[in-house]
Write a protein that binds this ligand. Structure first.
Ligand SMILES: NC(=O)c1ccc[n+]([C@@H]2O[C@H](COP(=O)([O-])OP(=O)(O)OC[C@H]3O[C@@H](n4cnc5c(N)ncnc54)[C@H](OP(=O)(O)O)[C@@H]3O)[C@@H](O)[C@H]2O)c1
Length: 381
């Protein structure tokens, strides 16, 4: 059954792409109300649930415990992040004068990553889809860092990962202007949006999070190789665990579920990393993938939180979510640390290697996804 879904950015599927998509698909086809809560059960006529004021006291105690626990967690996290910063002093020396591309560098993790790399005196190219937002972020970063920004450089280049044309023109300019590229950080992402299509007719989350970065990386591989040793860092998410690569409906035309769509795109990030690592063996270019944890950023822009629940959500996110700088630590580590020199094809969280589920280590699926992605983005006609 074909779902009727709105297309917020439906410039339509160009005939060429319809052809490609079809080809790609063909290629791939190989009564009594809720039960009472335990505390509401009566035993021997005696109600176990606390009476009104007691209930409020209990709720207040739970909130207080949550706030205290959150506070302790926050202090512990700040302490741990501080330790990470110390080892970054050594990494800073390695980054001086290096050229780094960060996609989605105007917000959240990307902004924090760009700021830290600028502090390390790198030349940071911010690949952003909106020049105004990028310029504002760059101004703010320079103002926050003050004298610490000296020696580094922030450069803004327009890059809309929802448009293969934009990805191609971004890469063309980079290849014309940059003599070298030391690190590429595939960070930009979109999360659980309603059904939308990219300019080229791909489902938005798969199109931006996977396909846009797939084309970007492939077009920049030559420059990365000639600049070796160089690195590629891919930002995925733990939510990959809930995704599957359903080759028969990569465009979600048969059915669309926004949570599944996000998880699938993040699983694709990991499979892409592992297949690319295999292809890059012996070139001096490494590629690793990470999950940043739960971070307080603009990623949840499509999630509707009821107005009354917003203060509680803000409290919980303040207490339990990482700040963008904390969340960016693993990206910065993989981009700059001598500890991961030569390490490739691995999955990291909190600056440490982590295990993957078997579905993310399926080399056959990774190869098939690579081949089909090449067709979808027009690298293979
Ligand atoms: N926050 C978390 O808890 C969390 C957890 C796991 C993984 N991640 C991953 O972390 C990465 C960064 O996300 P974030 O949390 O920092 O979210 P964010 O604050 O929303 O930043 C996302 C960035 O991606 C950019 N972007 C979105 N669509 C784009 C497109 N079509 N072309 C170019 N850039 C585009 C955004 O640009 P605009 O500002 O112009 O929209 C923004 O700069 C994402 O890959 C996300 O999946 C985040």
């Amino acid at each position: 059954m074909k779902l009727r879904v709105p297309e917020c950015k439906a410039k339509g599927t160009a005939p060429a792409n319809r052809y490609l998509n079809t080809r790609a698909r063909r290629w791939a086809s190989g009564g009594g109300g809720a039960p009472a809560a335990p505390w509401e059960k009566r035993r021997g006529g005696c109600r176990l649930a606390p009476a009104g004021p007691e209930r409020w006291a209990m709720a207040a105690a739970v909130l207080l415990a949550a706030a205290l626990g959150g506070g302790l967690l926050l202090i512990a996290r700040r302490y741990l992040t501080g330790a990470g910063r110390a080892s970054r002093a050594a990494a800073a020396a390695l980054m001086r004068g290096k050229t780094v591309i960060v996609t989605g560098a105007n917000s959240g993790l990307g902004r924090a990553t760009a700021a830290e790399l600028l502090r390390m005196q790198a030349r940071v190219i911010m690949g952003c889809r909106d020049r105004g937002r990028a310029e504002q972020a760059a101004r703010e970063i320079r103002a926050e860092l003050g004298a610490q920004a000296e020696g580094g450089e922030l450069v803004i280049r327009e890059l809309d990962l929802a448009s293969l044309r934009s990805v191609r023109s971004f890469c063309q300019r980079v290849l014309q202007e940059e003599p070298r590229l030391d690190v590429l950080i595939n960070n930009a992402g979109i999360f659980q949006c309603p059904y939308m299509k990219t300019e080229d007719g791909f489902e938005m989350q798969f199109g931006v999070n996977h396909l846009g970065h797939f084309l970007l990386t492939n077009l920049l591989l030559g420059l990365l190789k000639s600049s070796a040793p160089s690195r590629i860092v891919v930002v995925s998410s733990k939510l990959y665990k809930y995704g599957e690569i359903n080759f028969e409906d990569l465009n979600s035309e048969i059915s669309y579920n926004k949570s599944f769509g996000y998880s699938r795109s993040k699983l694709a990030n990991i499979l892409f990393t592992r297949e690319l690592a295999r292809r890059l063996e012996g070139t001096g270019v490494t590629v690793n993938v990470l999950h940043p944890g739960i971070v307080r950023t603009n990623l949840g822009r499509y999630i509707n939180i009821p107005l009354l629940a917003k203060p509680l959500f803000n409290l919980v996110s303040w207490a339990f979510f990482k700040t963008p700088l904390e969340g960016a630590q693993t990206s910065i580590y993989l981009a700059s640390s001598a500890e991961v020199e030569g390490v490739s094809g691995k999955y990291f969280g909190d600056c440490k290697e982590e295990e993957l589920l078997p579905k993310a280590m399926d080399d056959l699926v990774a190869r098939k996804l690579w081949d089909i992605s090449e067709v979808m983005v027009g690298l293979l006609k």
